[in-house]
Write a protein that binds this ligand. Structure first.
Ligand code: TXA
Ligand code: MG
Length: 349
């Protein structure tokens, strides 16, 4: 299959490109598109065969459900059996935006889209290209992140191209995404909302709107024994090709430990990558050292994370050492991704 790539210029309307992409979706094809979080791999959410194509292109297990993207509130009623009060409040406050809500699905949503579940994940993305495509494609676009299963999510169209060239019909290139990590997922099918995946919208922001909000115990658990309620969270996700270890503790001890481990690996003939904060980046003498941003600049850290992991892949590093980050709002979301990339390997100094 030849993958068409179209650059979307802001301020230009891009009517023809969007119309063509919408046609592909309605005819059951696959279009990758930018959102404010990461690039998505879109197909018509209401066509069972379209969802199957997504699984095939990603190499993704078909028990892992997809998020259905909508472009306006009026379209929600058709795909769910009820909209609880809390969901209404959250939609009002955070949609369009990086929040996905789990609701009870209606009959028109095929089990192929929900991985066999009776619930459906719904999100209204905050990105003009995404919203225009959803409208042109018929209103309901199922879209996982547009990476090959197990690789870091794409934050640039180039990342989508790396993973999906020849496997999908079209890529809409809207440049770099704004946030860089996937949406917060909150389950609203029980009395108290439960966060299944942390993201830009924090627990505090959610509870300001609807009161008590819990965390799925599996979210930050180091032992992977706890079974996560979002099926996708059980896989070793976001993984770079290299092995990765997180080093946690006081800054000076962390840099000393990473320098020691890196020197050992390098003398063993390995290529080493290091993820460092701006404050400590100059403390590393050897290896491929990449700066993820200032410790207090959590938005920068989130935006750089997946790009850095892919950069290490490109440079063929065998081992990655990363500092850990506890940014105030998105810290949990950032650490959740880093922990998964590292397969929960953490060294405390
Ligand atoms: O920011 C995002 O959410 C991006 C962009 C493209 O919108 N999408 C994304 O999709 O991250 P994906 O497929 O990579 O991750 C979806 C997660 C998976 O962990 C999946 O298991 C979970 O959502 N999920 C989907 N439907 C669910 C459901 N009905 N119940 C529980 N978890 C669900
Ligand atoms: Mg994903």
């Amino acid at each position: 299959m030849k993958t068409i790539i179209i650059k979307i210029e802001e301020d230009h309307g891009n009517k023809e490109a969007i119309a063509q992409a919408g046609r592909i979706i309605r005819e059951g094809g696959l279009v990758a598109f930018p959102t404010e979080t990461v690039y998505g791999l879109g197909a018509d959410a209401l066509q069972p065969q379209a969802a199957e194509k997504i699984y095939a292109a990603k190499g993704r297990p078909s028990d892992n459900p997809l998020i259905v993207h909508i472009c306006c509130m009026e379209d929600l009623a058709r795909i769910v059996t009820e909209v609880p009060k809390q969901a209404e409040l959250l939609a009002e406050k955070f949609w369009p935006g990086p929040l996905t809500m789990i609701l009870k699905k209606s009959l028109c949503v095929p089990y192929e889209t929900t991985g066999g579940l009776d619930t459906v994940a719904v999100r209204m993305p905050d990105h003009p290209t995404a919203l225009a495509l959803i409208r042109a494609g018929g209103g309901y676009i199922a879209a996982p992140s547009a990476n090959t299963s197990g690789r870091p999510s794409p934050t640039l169209a180039e990342h989508v191209y790396e993973d999906m060239d020849g496997r999908i019909d079209m890529i809409l290139d809207g440049g770099a995404v704004g946030i860089g990590i996937e949406s917060t997922i909150v389950d609203l099918t029980e009395d108290v909302p439960v966060i299944l995946r942390p993201g830009y919208i924090s627990q505090e922001m959610l509870s300001d709107a609807v009161g008590e909000v819990r965390f799925d115990p599996a979210v930050l658990a180091a032992d992977t024994g706890a079974k996560p309620k979002a099926p996708g969270m059980k896989y070793k996700h976001y993984a770079p090709k290299a092995e990765m270890l997180l080093v946690e503790g006081e800054a000076e001890k962390v840099t000393a430990k990473i320098n020691e481990l890196a020197a050992r690996d390098i003398s063993d003939g390995k290529k080493v990558g290091i993820i460092a904060a701006a404050e400590t980046v100059d403390s590393y003498k050897e290896g491929v050292v990449l700066c993820i941003g200032g410790r207090q600049e959590e938005e920068t850290i989130a935006r750089n994370l997946y790009r850095l992991l892919r950069e290490f892949d490109r440079r063929g590093v065998d081992m990655i050492y990363s500092e850990s980050f506890s940014a105030p709002r998105m810290g949990q979301a950032i650490m959740n991704r880093l922990l998964k990339a590292a397969g929960h390997q953490v060294f405390r100094v």
